[in-house]
Design a protein around this ligand. Sequence first.
Ligand code: GDD
Ligand code: MN
Length: 364
Amino acid sequence: MCVEVSVVVPTLNEQGNIVALVERLESAFSGIEWEVIFVDDDSVDGTADLVRKIGATNRRVRCVHRIGRRGLSSACIEGMLASSAPYLAVMDADMQHDEALLLRMLQVLKRGETDIVIGSRYMEGGTIGLLEPSRQIISRVASRISRWVMKTECSDPMSGFFMLSRDVFQSTVRKLSGIGFKILFDILASSPRALRVRELPYEFRTRQAGTSKFDATVAWEHVMLLLDKMIGHIVPIRFVLFSAVGLLGLAVHFSVLAIFFRLISLNFEISQALATLIAMTSNYLVNNVLTYRDVRLRGSGLFLGLLSFYAACSVGALANIGVASYVFGAGEKWWVAGLGGAIVGGVWNYSVSSVYTWKMFRKA
Ligand code: GDD
Ligand code: MN
């Protein structure tokens, strides 16, 4: 019998929820051929082991175990790509999403007039249960902003609970950003055509076991996702952030230079050298928590990464001076030459640090 619907469940330390969720799916889908694919990002609590153990005797249960990677959205994408069912659902492992909705979602999709069915907390009849007030505000503000970049109207674009047909997923998958926590929003904003949405209200329940993974990183990644959807087709979003941090570094450089040279009256060369070192270091640290937050370096990796960043930037500085001198020598205005050098140096620094610094030292 062919599997009709695959439920993709991203997991990060959800060991205490797996057994109960499988049982609930079992009863929610009676009479339907279904499977569940847990996509686990190498949880330390043994989630993947447990899923494989259940899967050894229950062929409906599968595990995609990802090592060295993180992210709710990218996990969902890989889970959906790992299945071949004609209908795909995404839901959380912690039982906050009401599994009783799944069958109705499937029925709606099967009628063929809808591309995607969304479980909504915000429409008439839905509730956000006991979500803390601060999270409620963040969720509503995020929904409001996100509507600007979406092609479709819907009351809960931040929902993590939905079902869509394989065709719709396949037609969107190459356009997805795969950044952050909000796979539904990514799909709605990336689809080449406005999707026909149907929403079903449900009560967002409280978590059963384990803890929420929502934190500052998740919020920041959503900002990255929004930027990516707005300008990512023109220039890589990390490059935009890297350049913005570079401008900030310029301000740091001049402030430090002014302090050492004018205020403390150190000699110019030493002041300039110190200003360069401090600006480079602060650029590195700011990029590490913003631009590369998802692959942030820590501990010894943070230190080795810094050394590699110095090395990359030194070559970048030489390229900068070389290009600027050449352009200036060719008779261009001083600021054109300066800008040209800065751009070449910046692109160099970005390229090298992105493929070297923030890749090499992650496991150091
Ligand atoms: N594989 C993987 N990788 N799974 C993850 C990751 C990750 O980096 N981060 C979180 N998860 C899993 C969790 O284990 C859980 O099953 C699910 O994603 C949701 O994480 P929670 O930490 O429970 O998120 P939440 O309750 O704050 O928010 C969820 O529900 C909202 C309402 O539908 C998310 O799905 C939100 O996107 C959604 O808006
Ligand atoms: Mn949750």
